[in-house]
Design a protein around this ligand. Structure first.
Ligand SMILES: [Zn+2]
Length: 525
């Protein structure tokens, strides 16, 4: 279907070059106009970055953030569908009609215990113990929405055909949703998917690149029998024993697993008190490997270990898959187009204050002190299998449509990740300028594909004949697995009343730092 329509579109363009060029400015002029329009919206972009930073919502609990972002999109002519794929905080915002369909994806959620005052180069939480944007996901929607609003304006003004769809990466920190998005068929009509993720560098990549590992995230719940631990221990069956034996078994087996695997666990329920034999206990595992068959093997082995632990302890086990991700497989055709745009845009101009903040934070945490990056990255080819990284469920989308993942320069280099330190720059001029640069890269790349059906065709040829030639997508989620939308509910409810007091109010303050009374930059004397 797609390719018939594509062929037709190409024919129309071929047969009517005159009409095409008369009706629309050249790509080059459109790109210039898009860059100017994005620069004109710097205050809007900054407000979005700051507003979402102040919401600080954990995965599956992004209610304020989603209400805010969809509100902006609706006000600007996008049609919003909420609760997609059975996830209350997920949505899709659509503008335009016809081919090509360009999808935008960026995450929303934050990190537990990462609350941090922006612009302060040492640990100083806004709310002690509360979640915070210790990964910088607060900037992603500002990147994509700024780009999408400018594209919408240009498409309307110059009657450019095509459809824009904006998606949120709900619960990315739990790798919890995108496999369900794919299962719900949300990318069936996608021509190109442009993801964006915060970084300290400006670049893009193709193939199995930035983080070559996929994973299954699964919780095992052991069920035993309670008894008085002193008076009648023989009547009890300890679910905690099962957890410990599973972990011990796994740690012995680890020696005989491939070096490429990474597995980690936390005990999420260890019982209530020592004089009660724990009838319930639970452990949460991440099983990571380089490709689908190996991830699947590791997951099967985990299930066997859990079963074995029940046999040793006279307990039973149930499990809940709470996340999954394939290893990424990004489009070379789209990445090459994006790379040209990145090089054209260049790095933001950092002020002395920006560099002072970066160096002070790097010194504070004992990292290499080299300030902020000043050059864009070269196009990154696929990583060797030995280069390990985290996982990201955008990877699942990269196996069903030509996808790239822009890294935009909105944070400080050499940080530990998933920590308060990664939140320091995320509502400062470093994040604001990096987000504007990211929005330009997204808009310019979208224009490349909106204006060239031939380029869309090339991306699909590459997708079908190279990217997915030898390996096709098989979901790691089973048909009866459901999104773990109950996660983080209690954690979020505990902190909401305090966090609400610090929501950013752009009608009263130009920036969030101004609202918090922060001198930029605040560094140790
Ligand atoms: Zn992330």
């Amino acid at each position: 279907m797609r390719h018939c329509k594509m062929l037709l579109l190409s024919l129309v363009v071929l047969l009517a070059p005159q009409v095409w060029s008369q009706q629309k400015p050249m790509l080059e002029d459109l790109k210039k106009e898009a860059m100017q329009e994005i620069d004109r919206r710097q205050a809007f972009t900054q407000q979005m970055v700051d507003q979402i930073f102040s919401y600080a919502e954990l995965g599956f609990q992004e209610y304020e953030t989603s209400r805010y972002v969809t509100g902006i999109l609706e006000k600007n002519g996008f049609k919003v569908e909420r609760g997609i794929a059975g996830i209350p905080t997920a949505w899709v915002a659509t503008y335009g009609s016809g081919m090509p369909v360009i999808d935008f994806m960026a995450d929303l959620d934050c990190i537990p215990r990462a609350s941090q005052k922006p612009g302060v180069a040492y640990h100083d939480p806004i709310v002690e113990g509360a979640p915070g944007h210790g990964e910088g996901h607060n900037a992603g929607e500002a990147v994509n929405v700024t780009a999408a609003l400018v594209l919408r304006e240009l498409m309307e003004k110059y009657k450019i055909a095509g459809t824009l769809k904006v998606f949120p990466g709900v619960a990315e920190e739990l790798v919890g949703t995108k496999a369900f998005y794919v299962r719900a068929g949300l990318f069936k009509d996608a021509d190109i998917v442009l993801g964006a993720h915060v970084d300290d560098s400006f670049g893009t990549e193709y193939g199995q690149s930035f983080a070559p590992q996929g994973l299954v995230s699964v919780q095992y719940f052991f069920h035993g029998k309670a008894a008085h631990a002193a008076m009648a221990p023989w009547d009890g069956r300890s679910a905690l024993d099962a957890v410990e034996l599973m972990d011990t078994g796994w740690n012995f087996r680890r020696e005989h697993l491939r070096l490429q695997q990474r597995s980690h666990y936390v005990i999420i329920n260890g019982g209530d008190q020592p004089n009660v034999v724990p009838s319930e206990a639970a452990v949460w595992y991440f099983f990571r490997e380089l490709d689908y068959p190996h991830i699947k093997d590791l997951y099967d082995l985990g299930n066997t270990m859990a079963q074995a632990a029940t046999m040793m302890t006279g307990t039973t086990v149930t499990r809940r898959l709470v996340g999954s991700a394939w290893p990424p497989n990004f489009s070379r055709v789209v990445a090459e187009a994006q790379q040209k745009n990145i090089e054209r845009i260049g790095m933001p101009t950092w002020s002395e204050a920006d560099v002072t903040l970066a160096q002070a934070l790097q010194k504070e945490i004992g990292a290499k002190v080299d300030g902020l990056k000043t050059k864009v990255d070269a196009l990154k080819p696929p990583s060797p299998a030995t280069e390990m990284g985290g996982s990201d469920d955008i990877a699942d989308i990269s196996w069903v449509a030509p996808t790239v993942y822009l890294r935009y320069p909105a944070n400080i280099p050499n940080l530990p990740g998933h920590s308060w330190a990664n939140g320091v720059a995320m509502a400062t001029p470093i994040a604001h300028k990096g987000t504007t640069a990211g929005a330009k890269a997204q808009a310019l790349t979208a224009l490349d594909f909106l204006l060239s059906p031939e380029l869309v065709k090339q991306a699909w040829n590459y997708f079908n004949n190279v990217q997915t030639k030898d390996l096709k997508y098989t979901p790691l989620i089973a048909p009866d697995d459901q999104p773990a939308i109950e996660l983080n509910k209690e954690k979020m409810e505990k902190f909401l009343p305090e966090l609400r007091k610090y929501y950013y109010d752009p009608t009263r303050y130009k920036t969030y730092m101004e609202q918090l009374g922060i001198q930029y930059p605040t560094v140790r004397k």
